[in-house]
Ligand binder design. Structure first.
Ligand code: SAH
Length: 266
């Protein structure tokens, strides 16, 4: 007996980058995708204001998963997205920043495509880029860095970034999801020979009204974060370009911006 043929998918899933927070940083294509949505599956780093732009008829389903908190299992998200697309719906899978950077977008793209679901991807402005700009740091100013590395501070299943290799490049490091392991990251980079006075900035809630930032040195990184009371979601920028920061004091009310004492003499 021949197995029943699965019905060809008529709907699709669009993996959409919602950008770092400020709704104005969505692309026109992202906005178009949102306007076409029948179903929206959104992560919790997506600014809820963005959902206000979606058609009132679109079903909005939160599927967030913050590190350490209760999360929607990935298998469930995929099943839901696939089922809705098979029903002929346009499913917008809305993710913070860019969907292909650290957001499991690649896994979703692969898994849905494997099931014969049509998948489109709309890039977004990634938090690391927005965070640097928010404090006036040009990540690859050519007098200081010939490149930039986007890296997670929190590799899957202990898949630790090779900090010593990264330190040796001399490139600007932009660390996502690094806040829970700052002491570890600092220690590995120091061990690898990065100088203790290397300038570092931490930016929380980049592009949102409650943005907060601190500038410090590699040696003082964990202390400076604790003193400033910064927590996730935050980006850590490590490199000489941080010394070019021009906007650190204008990104947030003075009470929320701490410039770490002794930052320059560590
Ligand atoms: N795909 C996303 C990253 C998802 S990983 C992107 O391209 O931006 C989640 C991490 O992104 C957080 O732990 C934090 O490091 C960073 N992040 C996301 N939004 C942020 C924001 N508004 N400000 C600072 N960091 C942010």
């Amino acid at each position: 007996m021949t197995p029943p043929r699965s019905r060809p998918a008529t709907g699709k899933v669009i993996l959409v980058g919602a950008g770092p927070g400020d709704p104005e940083l969505m692309t026109i294509r992202a906005m178009r995708a949102l306007l076409s949505a029948d179903v929206i599956l959104y992560d919790d780093l997506v600014n809820p204001q963005i959902l206000d732009w979606a058609p009132p008829t679109a079903r909005r389903i939160p599927v967030g998963k913050r590190g350490g908190c209760r999360s929607t299992p990935q298998a469930f998200i995929l099943k839901l997205a696939a089922a809705e697309a098979r029903r002929g719906n346009t499913v917008v899978r809305l993710k913070g920043g860019d969907p292909m950077l650290f957001g499991r977008g690649g896994e979703e793209w692969q898994a849905l495509s494997d099931q014969g679901i049509r998948v489109e991807v709309v890039n977004g402005i990634s938090a690391g880029l927005a965070a640097a700009t928010a404090i006036g740091v040009p990540l690859t100013h050519r007098d200081h860095a010939s490149g930039v590395i986007l890296v997670t501070g929190h590799g899957k299943d202990g898949n630790e970034p090779r900090w010593s290799a990264l330190a040796a490049t001399g490139l600007t490091l932009v660390v996502y999801m690094g806040m829970a392991r700052v002491a570890h990251i600092r220690d590995r980079l120091l061990e690898a020979g990065m100088r203790p006075a290397m300038p570092v900035a931490v930016v929380r809630n980049a592009t949102l009204c409650n943005v907060a930032a601190v500038r410090t040195t590699l040696a003082r990184l964990p202390d400076a974060i604790a003193e400033a009371g910064l927590s996730s979601p935050a980006i850590i920028v490590i490199g000489d370009v941080v010394d070019l920061a021009t906007a650190l004091s204008s990104v947030a009310p003075a009470t929320e911006v701490a410039t770490s004492a002794g930052a320059r003499d560590a």
